[in-house]
Design a protein. Structure first.
Length: 244
């Protein structure tokens, strides 16, 4: 089984970290192929950058020429998953939704700890769109930018744990979701320091993608995610998808 793992930003070191986290939980017969977009922002923290990332991710996937069985969009709260589902005939899993679905299996309510405060509304919107908002106790900002997550690992962990503990104590959350792909790999440490289940959207997405492939299931093409109708789109940067 081959899974394409697509970072939403252009920072290669973050792609490497996300891939390492994914490979740590992937089955022995699963190959993780990390992709970094060729254009876009070095971190995605607002609507403009998120919409740009959506196009960049679709571009990266449709330009990949090898076979693959599933795609993971590794951006928390980002746009674009729906477009990928229209373009592809394999399962597409977004780490935001993967984290929310898994958290719902582990406790009554969950909270998300993310990066900057301006990212909070984007994540809230994506959870609402996915029908995962009813059991979300809160989305909390750590105050750290995406790129700051890599600069000082000790400070990053301390800040995430602080917000996670507040979510459990003040918001009555029972499960914590790490709300950024750049937080991949921190789940065990946060779990040990908070005493509650902590879900990393990247690893959750890997196991969900593997399960969908094993079950022989993929996106319905009956209505909402039917392939785009053939038409001329002037200046469109993507090649014609080969898998449709």
């Amino acid at each position: 089984m081959r899974i394409l793992l697509v970072n939403v930003n252009t920072t290669a070191s973050m792609t490497d970290a996300i891939a390492a986290s994914a490979r740590a939980v992937a089955g022995p017969d699963t190959e993780i192929v990390p992709l970094t977009p060729t254009f876009g922002a070095d971190s995605v923290e607002c609507n403009f950058e998120s919409y740009l990332a959506a196009v960049a991710v679709m571009d990266a996937v449709t330009r990949y020429t090898g076979p693959y069985d599933a795609v993971i969009q590794a951006g928390f709260g980002e746009h674009g998953r729906e477009g990928l589902q229209e373009l592809l005939d394999v399962p597409v899993v977004d780490i935001t939704e993967a984290a929310g679905h898994v958290a719902g299996l582990l406790g009554y309510r969950y909270s998300v700890v993310t990066t900057l405060d301006r990212a909070v509304p984007l994540i809230e919107d994506r959870l609402k769109l996915a029908g995962l908002d009813a059991r979300c106790a809160s989305v909390r900002s750590s105050g750290l930018s995406v790129l700051q997550l890599e600069e000082d690992p000790e400070l990053t962990l301390k800040t995430i744990v602080r917000e996670a503990e507040l979510a459990v104590r003040e918001d009555r959350a029972e499960v914590i979701c790490l709300g950024c792909g750049g937080m991949a790999g921190l789940d065990e440490a946060v779990r040990a320091m908070t005493g509650v289940p902590v879900v990393d959207g990247v690893t959750a997405a890997v196991k969900l993608a593997e399960s969908l492939v094993a079950l022989g299931l993929s996106t319905s093409k009956v209505r909402t995610y039917a392939p785009p109708r053939p038409k001329h789109v002037a200046g469109w940067p993507l090649p014609q998808p080969a898998r449709i």
